[in-house]
Ligand binder design. Structure first.
Ligand SMILES: [Zn+2]
Length: 348
């Protein structure tokens, strides 16, 4: 689709207010020892001849409905074009807090008050402290097995993932850029805050973003009782072109989503029927996620929801949809193993 042509998904103004995730949590990372323990338990369990190739049936440990699993994998195998919509639940097992929903506070402050152009204008130091914290958490997290499985799927299918996550974990799992559209930006792209300036720096992984933000001791800066490093506005990163303040190139509250990325999503969605849409770790109930799901559905796609939470009241589901409840890091590799094999399955 040409840059200036109307989009089936775009209206004049779009706001990022996807607040469909639950409270921020810090679940344990899937560690090597955890996997080894599961391997051991799983090997002991699978001394039965019921799973000749390990790909036709779900791991019984996971509690998946066999009938659903079989019908899903049959459809997956037969699908040519597959889309995925990725949300915060995908990264939960990597220990990335969602900072969404009521009660998800940072230092007692709602994220909405730390992620907006108004907040940046009023207190750029605090906004950078918050984003520096999030960059640090993301950089010290590891992609989980679902990130890797999805990255692998693109090698077998015409696949595109639309991610709402800004943590960079899909990118670090090797997800090909051409198959991944980060519609909310990433924490590791930095741009100029001056709307007249086009300075953009990609994949900046400097941690901390400025030396003055080093916490010197691994303390939890999300705790309001812990003092933040003392930083002045002059010490914040400044644009090498115009000397305005630099800021994270993520989509803040009240800001429009990046048109270039949305156009690439549109181009792919309109270039052929989507056979299957995976909705992972998100309720996909707000724009543009809900529109993508419905558009794919109208094209004949079947929808598979993978989430730890039941569908929300405003999430549209149909009888032809699948719903697999559980941790994406465990469920997604298991669902995809008929296509990509089982290297990312927990316990196999
Ligand atoms: Zn600039």
């Amino acid at each position: 689709m040409a840059q200036n042509s109307p989009s089936v998904f775009q209206s004049d103004v779009h706001f990022n207010f996807d607040a469909d995730q639950g409270e921020g949590t810090f679940p344990a990372v899937l560690t090597t020892s955890h996997r080894q323990q599961r391997d051991h338990e799983h090997d002991a369990f699978h001394q039965t001849p019921t799973r000749p190739n390990g790909r036709n049936l779900p791991d019984p440990f996971l509690g998946l409905q066999v009938e659903d699993y079989v019908s899903f994998t049959q459809h997956l195998n037969a699908s040519t074009r597959i889309a995925a919509l990725l949300g915060a639940g995908l990264s939960a097992a990597s220990g990335i807090p969602t900072f969404r929903g009521a009660g998800a506070l940072w230092r007692g402050i709602p994220p909405k008050e730390l992620s907006s152009p108004y907040a940046f204008r009023d207190n750029p130091v605090l906004v950078w402290q918050y984003h520096n914290f999030r960059r640090h958490i993301a950089l010290h997290a590891l992609p989980n097995t679902a990130h890797y499985a999805l990255a692998h799927l693109g090698e077998y299918k015409d696949f595109m993932a639309i991610t709402q996550n800004i943590d960079g974990l899909s990118q670090r799992a090797g997800h090909q850029t051409a198959h991944l559209q980060p519609i909310h930006g990433t924490l590791f792209d930095i741009k100029c805050s001056n709307p007249e300036c086009n300075y953009l720096e990609r994949e900046n992984i400097v941690d901390p973003i400025i030396p003055e933000m080093a916490d010197y001791g691994g303390v939890d800066l999300s705790d309001p009782n812990v003092s933040l490093p003392s930083v002045t506005i002059e010490q914040l990163p400044h644009c090498p072109k115009c000397n305005s303040l630099l800021r994270p190139a993520v989509v803040w509250f009240s800001e429009v989503l990046p048109g270039e990325v949305l156009n690439q999503v549109d181009d792919w969605m309109l270039s052929g029927n989507v056979d299957l849409m995976l909705v992972i770790g998100t309720h996909a109930s707000v724009w543009p996620a809900a529109d993508y799901v419905e558009f794919a559905r109208e094209q004949g796609a079947r929808i598979a929801h993978i989430n730890t939470e039941d569908p929300s009241d405003d999430q549209k589901t149909e009888g032809r949809d699948w719903f697999f409840k559980g941790d994406a890091a465990v469920i997604v590799p298991e669902l995809l193993k008929g296509v990509i094999g089982a290297p990312y399955c927990i316990g196999l």
